[in-house]
Design a protein around this ligand. Structure first.
Ligand code: SF4
Length: 341
């Protein structure tokens, strides 16, 4: 930690493109729940960054961000401990993004792996300005609140490195007011989708959302792809190629070995195997359903949590911007303080 903050501040978040699913739970949410009592955790509801791909549907953002907040609360995020805030309601992030964009070259952004892969799919002539600038806006997300730790998977490391470069450049150019964040690199387990082809994703229709009913879970698991070479129950199966087995590993690791052995020996049928994993998943989701019902019956509570979190984030952002403007010499000291609210 490089500041007067008593504990490290963590920044993490989600683009507000839809409900969360089991892949999100395993990949990041579970880790956030574990970290919330250890760090000053900020969770960003990235509605602006959602627009980089969903700019034709801005009206959906309000619904998505409330749904995601419900998912957080249901899963065990404690709003007394964690600051959940809305990106577009903290204009200081946009302001910082703009200032950083003056000294980040287009070439540096073109080398970003996410930008590169998008450009490979669509071509640079179809790449949007906002998408190209995504790493700059991420740098603003991290630095406006002086986050010192950012949990990421390996594939996100270049984004954090870009932020660190921006911080160093800013501090050299003006004054050392920004903090260089550290990436907390953990293995980010990626849950395979029910189709067994790609990672779990709501847009691909291969996901179990965190708000799924017990019946939904059973139905979805029932039609999940298994080892396609296994025709009869007595055929030896190969759990290594079966998506259902990865769910056993993710949600019932202590029983996974027994499942694998039963599958390999042809003594455990897919129907029973799926019933077992469906039960495990429902055991995980049942307490979430209860908490969700409680918040759904008092929706104003969700809004109050978002308002309180966003106010806290804004206050910190205003203080950072005061320091940034002073460092840059953009604090013009006009008599009329009302110009900047
Ligand atoms: S028994 Fe289970 S692990 Fe084996 S193929 Fe069937 S569903 Fe997959």
């Amino acid at each position: 930690m490089q500041s007067n903050q008593q504990v490290d501040r963590v920044l993490t978040g989600d683009r507000t493109t839809g409900k969360l699913h089991l892949g999100h739970y395993v990949g990041s949410l579970k880790n956030r729940i574990d970290m919330q009592y250890q760090y000053d955790t900020f969770i960003l509801l990235a509605d602006v960054q959602a627009l980089t791909t969903h700019f034709e549907a801005p009206k959906e953002m309000g619904r998505h961000l409330r749904q995601i907040t419900l998912d957080y609360l249901a899963a065990g995020i404690n709003p007394e401990k964690v600051t959940i805030f809305v990106q577009s309601l903290v204009p200081e992030i946009a302001e910082l993004t703009l200032f950083y964009s003056m000294f980040v070259t287009v070439n540096a952004l073109r080398h970003n792996p996410t930008v590169k892969s998008e450009a490979a799919d669509r071509g640079y002539d179809q790449l949007y300005y906002g998408f190209l600038g995504y790493p700059v806006s991420q740098a603003a997300d991290i630095t406006f609140c002086k986050a010192t730790l950012v949990p990421v998977g390996d594939d996100q490391l270049p984004h954090i490195e870009q932020t660190r470069k921006i911080v160093r450049r800013f501090n050299e150019l003006y004054a050392p007011v920004l903090l260089e964040p550290k990436a907390v690199v953990g293995e980010v387990p990626r849950l395979i989708g029910l189709d067994g082809r790609s990672k779990m994703s709501k847009s691909l229709g291969n996901a179990i959302t965190l708000d799924a009913s017990a019946q939904d879970v059973r139905e979805k698991i029932r039609i999940a792809v298994t080892d396609t070479n296994r025709i009869h129950k007595s055929d030896p199966g190969n759990p290594e190629v079966c998506p259902v087995f990865t769910y056993h590993q993710a949600f019932a690791s202590e029983g996974a070995e027994e499942i694998a052995a039963g599958c390999r020996s042809g003594t455990l049928g897919c129907v029973e195997c799926k019933e077992r994993v469906g039960k495990r998943i429902n055991n995980l989701l049942e307490p979430m359903r209860e908490t969700r019902r409680m918040y759904e019956s008092a929706p104003h509570k969700v809004d109050e949590i978002l308002i309180a979190g966003t106010e806290r984030a804004r206050n910190i952002g205003k203080e950072t911007m005061r320091e940034v403007r002073e460092a840059m010499g953009l604090n013009y000291n006009f008599d009329n303080d009302g110009i900047r609210g």
